[in-house]
Design a protein around this ligand. Structure first.
Ligand code: ADP
Ligand code: MG
Length: 698
């Protein structure tokens, strides 16, 4: 359809330069092709005409045929309205306008036949339809108008008479005048094998479906195509990358790993940990560059796995690095890894934004000479000044905090790019992972270390604080530690911080016999660390914090997590927070505090948290409730946003199938050289030039 993507809409009948400009600005529609791919967001059934006597209380939008018997003005002030009494011989209904009375009264004539379209609502004892759509009834041809598409339009468009109906007209006449130029965008054999509707029919039926069955076929075809090209692009990219980029070959597991395994490892690895280490080891020995996603619920022991893999890198003469999203976490990883490596000849360093200049200079120069073996840090690691002697493996913890572009920057830290292991505790639902992280191999730790008791989650209304404090006190008396977490949402930052400060003062009053510490993101790193250390060393028993503690912090003696205003957090975030407790052998608790009045959706979210401890289940539920746009990770890809018709949550099956079809094609013709695949090449090229940012996916 190359020609249609070049044809300006202003030359279409009924458009012209003025309307074209509005469509450009408001909807980003420039070409005829853009217009044909602007799909309705809903459909209304105009395939039958109802009788007035059939109307009951629960009708959707319906269509009636009849005549106006009289107009009447009623009400005063804001309630002033125009009523048209309408009948079809089976009963009466009122058509009502609160605005534009003059205009309506001029436009519609008593005793003419009209088709009236709208939603009947009961007003007093009578049904009426407010602001109906009205068309003159001409003949039987209108008796079945099929399904009518409704298009999103803006206020500005409406002002210029570009409402949904006008748009429908423009699109429909555009389709009539160009349909002979619409060229298929999928190979014939794909259409045949996948049993798809052809493009021309799909475009006709997506705008003006004759019946629901045809609409479904059109939607399926267009969704399939959209997802198929994303998958084709990802798979082709991955295949090329694997061919063109060489990876380090880690041949051996040597002294460092073995010494650690036999002398330092404080506990038996879980089977899942063993399996992952084996899997990744194999991956790093093949000669291709590893790009792997390691998913494992909070507390599943990812850090240890990461450390052991880094030791394999050292055994093969390389350096390794671990990048994490926050300073607190970097510091903690640095400490726990240093402890784990106690007595071994491995040099570990920490580099963050607050590393002193002199220390920094030393670290950087020792990094360059290869004296530093493992570098742990925040995104400060990405900076160009950080140069390694020979970087073999990068571990990225909690990937969802890093942009994909940042990941790519790491590849360039070495002439042969390092192996990359991305770890996340926010499980990414399968369908989303296939789109957003479609180029990564995936490993899953599906087992927690033994002896953990599942965390008990309790929902409590904020009025019942006294009881809450009593149970918290009991835990404190038993020697446990407690977190109180307050939301910190950017839009109301000052207010939130005040809540945190007030909460801090309040908690100190309630528990005068315990030491309370405080951490939030606006503190100086030095102060933050000092407070954090108080809690880690059990010098403070209560920590009041914002979500800065969400990621990774590990204090096994902490057994209670109280989350204030829990309704303001996302599900995955709550799950992450909850994961801060339940790390020792004691029974742990997570208490979600909310006000009494909650929306239905919030109630649902809280009850999911109370019922489930399974991060995957929670992530799926979160995705369903919030939609992909809000999920962390999707922003970075942009893909989930740019989908015109497919929905990666609801259309998971189509996505899976589209990926299979794409994989088969790449398998047999990876460069898309067969004549019947030329169309794929052309489409991919076109899509890469469009607004979908393909570069970010990979
Ligand atoms: P996460 O996967 O959330 O990053 P961590 O790596 O922080 O989890 O591990 C959580 C806790 O479990 C840590 O205290 C760690 O020392 C401990 N741990 C890890 N592996 C094991 C194991 N195999 N057996 C017992 N405890 C383990
Ligand atoms: Mg972790």
């Amino acid at each position: 359809m190359a020609n249609l993507s070049q044809t300006d809409i202003k030359y279409l009948p009924g458009v012209g330069p003025k309307k074209a400009e509005i469509l450009n600005k408001e909807l980003g529609i420039y070409s005829v092709e853009d217009l044909l791919y602007y799909f309705p967001y809903k459909y209304i059934d105009r395939s039958r005409i109802y009788y007035i006597h059939e109307i009951d209380g629960n009708m959707p939008y319906i269509q009636l045929k009849g005549r106006i018997t009289a107009f009447e003005s009623a009400g005063e002030g804001r309630n002033k309205r125009l009523i048209a009494h309408f009948t079809d011989g089976t009963g009466f209904i009122d058509l009502v306008w609160f605005q534009g009375a003059r205009f309506m009264q001029d436009k519609y004539k008593v005793n003419n036949q009209y088709l009236v379209f709208g939603k009947p609502t009961l007003f007093g004892k009578k049904f009426n339809i407010a602001h109906p759509d009205i068309d003159p009834y001409i003949d039987g041809s209108q008796d079945n108008m099929g399904l009518m598409g409704y298009y999103n339009t803006s206020e500005k468009m409406k002002k210029h008479y570009l409402n949904s109906k006008a748009l429908q007209k423009i699109i429909s006449s555009a389709f009539s005048s160009v349909h002979s130029q619409i060229a298929e965008t999928l190979p014939d054999y794909v259409i045949r094998d996948a049993n798809l509707m052809d493009l021309k029919s799909a475009l006709r039926n997506i705008h003006s479906p004759e019946n629901p069955a045809l609409l479904r076929q059109a939607q399926y075809r267009l969704k399939f195509e959209e997802l198929f090209y994303i998958q084709l692009n990802i798979l082709r990219y991955t295949k090329n990358r694997n061919k063109s980029i060489k990876g380090h070959i880690f041949r051996q597991v040597g002294d460092i790993f073995n010494t650690f395994y036999h002398k330092n490892l404080p506990f038996e690895l879980t089977n899942a940990q063993k399996r992952i280490i084996k899997e990744v080891r194999q991956d790093m020995a093949t000669g291709k560059q590893m790009n792997r996603l390691l998913q494992g619920d909070v507390g599943s022991g990812k850090t240890l796995v990461a450390l052991m893999l880094m030791l394999i890198a050292l055994d093969n003469g390389f350096q390794a690095s671990m990048m994490v999203p926050t300073e607190i976490l970097a510091t903690q990883h640095f400490q726990s890894i240093s402890e784990l490596l106690f007595g071994m000849d491995v040099r570990v360093e920490l580099l963050t934004g607050s590393t002193k200049k002199s220390a920094r200079t030393k670290i950087l120069s020792d990094l360059l000479t290869g004296e530093v073996d493992i570098l742990i840090g925040t995104h400060a690691l990405i900076e160009d000044t950080v140069v390694f002697d020979n970087l073999g493996l990068v571990v990225i913890d909690e990937q969802h905090r890093f942009g994909v572009a940042q990941r790519a920057k790491l590849w360039r830290k070495n002439s042969i790019p390092p192996h990359i292991l991305v770890m996340t505790a926010t499980p990414i639902p399968r369908t989303l992972a296939m789109t957003v992280y479609g180029d990564l191999d995936v490993s899953v730790i599906d087992e927690l270390p033994p002896g953990r008791k599942p965390i008990q989650t309790i929902h409590q209304f904020d009025k019942r604080r006294a009881a809450l404090y009593q149970s918290v006190r009991k835990q404190l008396q038993e020697g446990r530690q407690v977190y109180f977490v307050y939301p910190l949402i950017e839009e109301s930052e000052t207010l939130d911080l005040r809540n945190l400060e007030e909460g801090f003062e309040h908690i100190k009053e309630v528990f005068p016999d315990y030491k309370v510490c405080k951490v939030h993101g606006k503190m100086k790193p030095k102060d933050k660390d000092a407070e954090m250390q108080l809690f880690v060393n059990n010098e403070a028993q209560i920590m009041v914090a914002t979500t800065v503690i969400e990621v990774g912090v590990n204090v096994p003696n902490a057994s209670v997590m109280v989350i204030e205003s829990a309704q303001r957090f996302g599900l995955s975030q709550l799950h992450q927070l909850r994961g801060r407790v339940g790390r020792g052998a004691d029974q742990s608790f997570c208490i979600l505090i909310t006000p009494y009045e909650l929306s239905a959706e919030t109630k649902k979210r809280i009850s999911i948290m109370v019922e489930s401890n399974d991060g995957f289940e929670i992530a799926e539920a979160d995705l369903k409730l919030r939609g992909p746009g809000d999920l962390e990770g999707t922003q970075q890809s942009g893909v989930a946003f740019n989908l015109k018709i497919a929905n990666i949550v609801r259309d998971g099956d189509i996505l899976q199938y589209a990926r299979e079809v794409a994989a088969k094609i790449i398998e047999s013709d990876e460069n898309l050289e067969y004549p019947n695949n030329q169309i794929l090449k052309i489409q991919l090229k076109k899509l890469s030039a469009s607004n979908v940012n393909w570069g970010l996916i990979s």
